[in-house]
Structures are given as structure tokens and as C-alpha cells.
Design a protein around this ligand. Sequence first.
Ligand code: GUN
Length: 301
Amino acid sequence: MTGEARIIDGKVLAGEVLDRVRAAVEELKAAHGLVPGLAVVLVGDDPASRVYVRAKGKRTVEAGMRSFEYLLPADATEEELLEKVRALNANPEVHGILVQLPLPSQIDAAKVIDTIDPDKDVDGFHVINAGRLMTGQKALVPCTPRGCVLLARRVREDLTGLEAVIIGRSNIVGKPLGQLLLNENCTVTIAHSRTRDLPEVTRRADLLVAAVGRPEMVRGDWVKPGAIVIDVGINRVPAAEEGRTKLVGDVAFDEVRQVASAITPVPGGVGPMTIAMLLRNTVEAACMQKGLPMPGVLRDV
Ligand code: GUN
């Protein structure tokens, strides 16, 4: 097949989700006096993490919710962070807690995630939420996989029966996305660094998701003509101009767009969806904690 794939605009879709989140928050305020609150904790001053945390705070406020931000020094102890998490667990104005990863090496991230109240775990990283997702119970679901499914459904509302191949088996993206796509009735393969003949596996995919963190690894001849391609990768690489850098995905965009029917760009694809889903999850967490149903405007999101 020749011609160019449709580009799935994550910025536009994220904007639509954020509009719905804002409407849901207004409804919750008016009907129940409920203002969803999101707490973000950053340990240390990694510049990329600071940028993410600032963006999250800004979007939270724009959506009409309360934003709580905490910056702990890079040499904070594990116990100091656990104390902060416990205080947020106990704070009724905080409905969602996100501890920005990665954490400094003196802190055990698994222990921190384990300490977050599962009902406030808007990242969906707690084992309770992973287990609920796997067993089909109501769960807070990790934001990036949720965004991937929404992007794919933007192209094709019903994903039933599709061969889905995910490259990457992380707890944050690959594994939960596998569960979500099973729930969408896809036939799911999770490929990884030890998969034999990866291009042969990816060529089977009607829906291909790349989440490995290897710049432009997925080439044009890895893709089935007409496939939907979702690129989760965000890799900073040297640009053509001396001393400059640029962002690229895990997919060789210019090649793959000649073969696929639809593809997400980097930047502007999956990235913007993640924050939108985080705010959506915060609304869901607030509703759960108050025993309220999710506002109708967010039910399909
Ligand atoms: N670091 C980069 N992305 C994320 C995310 O989605 N959640 C958390 N907690 N940390 C991150």
C-alpha cells in the first residue's frame, strides 16, 4: 500500500478530554461541592521531571481542580518520602497522589508505590490496581496505556478481533496495555528485547504499539500495510544542526507513515494524552472516594 497514513493528533484529542474533565469538575462542584485534588511529589531537581511536574500542576488548575505540589531534596530519605505519602493518604482534600519517577537511588520506588492508598493511586501503579485490572475489577488504570487505547479507538471505535502487538513489557505501559487491549477483545502479543524475529512478529499486527525507548527502532518493513501504529517512545537524539537535539519516537515515522493507515507523531501523540488521563483518573478517584458515579461526560473516556 502506498500513500500516507492519517496522523492521529494527540494534542487535539487530549484537549477534548481536558474539556470533558473541566465539565465533569464543574458538575461535581455544583452538585456535590466536591473539588478533586491532585498531589504531585517530586524528589530532587531533575530538569525533565520538573518540566513534567509543572505541566501537571498547570493543567490541574486549568481543569478547575486543586493542585498540591511538594518538592523534596535529592538527598531526602525513604522514610521522609513515606511520611509525606502517609500524610497525603490521610488528607481528605487530596484524591489523587502521584510520586514522580524515577526516584533517587536511596529510595525504593516499589515501597513508595506500595504505601500510596490504592484508591488515590492515580498512576495505577499499586499492585492492588494492577491486580484489579488483571482480574476485571474496577481499577485505577495507568495513564499512558489508557491514552493509547483512546488514540486507537479514535481511528477505529471497535478494536474487536484485531491482532495487537505491543513492543515492551514494562509495568507502566506494556503489561497494563496488554490487559486493556484484551478487554477491547484484541488478540494480544507482548514482544520484548528477547523476542525472536521481532519484525516478523510486528508484521502480524493490525494495531502496533511501540514502547521500548529505542529511537526509531520500528522500520517501514516491520509494519503490516494498513496497520494502526501508536508510538509511546520519547527519545532525545542529536539533531542535524550542530549542538541541537530533537525528540523522536520508537518508530521511524517517515518510513512507517508510508505503510500504516494511521500513526501517532512524536511529539504530539501519546505524550499529551498522559496528563489528560491523569486528570481523568483524579476525577474518578475523587468520585470513588465519595461514593459517586463518574460524571456522564467522562464515561467513554
Ligand atoms: N515519570 C514519567 N512519567 C511518569 C508517570 O506517568 N508517572 C510517574 N509517577 N512518574 C513518571
